[in-house]
Design a protein around this ligand. Structure first.
Ligand code: ZN
Length: 155
């Protein structure tokens, strides 16, 4: 396991479309584990392939309820609306309000290639949408309704 280098918002790789994973092999599993390590190292709640320079449809999420590893995630249902504040490891020092669905259902493959469906509300819905956006080259600042400024000198 290893910490991967995070790509920042001016890196063109973050604007590219990630490709589907056709075979989950040892390299995929190492990548997933590295992404989990990297997410924890930087105190993130989620991380997507392009953020570590890999244009593959791979996402890891932990909103404090344990890690979820998603291969080829796809939103199959969404409902409602919620405006909440977001940030991103690839867009340091900026946060802002983004409108997301209140509830989403996402289809994906787990690390063993088994098809799963996860349903998320609140923070999990927000994280799923945010990370899946990364796979389409979309950053939260693209959909930001309003930037939120905090005190510079706060920790
Ligand atoms: Zn992000």
């Amino acid at each position: 396991m290893a910490i991967r280098q995070i790509r920042y918002s001016d890196d063109p790789i973050l604007r590219k479309i990630s490709r589907e994973v056709t075979k989950i092999d040892e390299r995929t599993k190492i990548l997933l584990d590295d992404m989990v390590d990297t997410m924890y190292e930087y105190d993130g709640v989620g991380l997507a392939g392009p953020q570590v320079g890999v244009l593959r449809r791979i996402v890891v999420i932990d909103i404090g309820e344990g890690v979820i590893k998603l291969v080829n995630p796809e939103i199959i249902e969404s409902e409602g609306e919620k405006i909440d504040i977001e940030g991103c490891l690839s867009v340091p020092n900026r946060i802002g309000k983004v409108k997301r669905p209140e509830r989403v259902k996402v289809k994906y493959l787990d690390e063993n290639g088994e098809e799963k469906v996860i349903e998320g509300t609140g923070l999990l819905a927000k994280a799923l949408c945010h990370e899946i956006d990364h796979l389409h080259g979309i950053l939260f600042i693209d959909n930001m309704i309003e930037e939120v400024f905090t005190e510079e000198d706060e920790e």
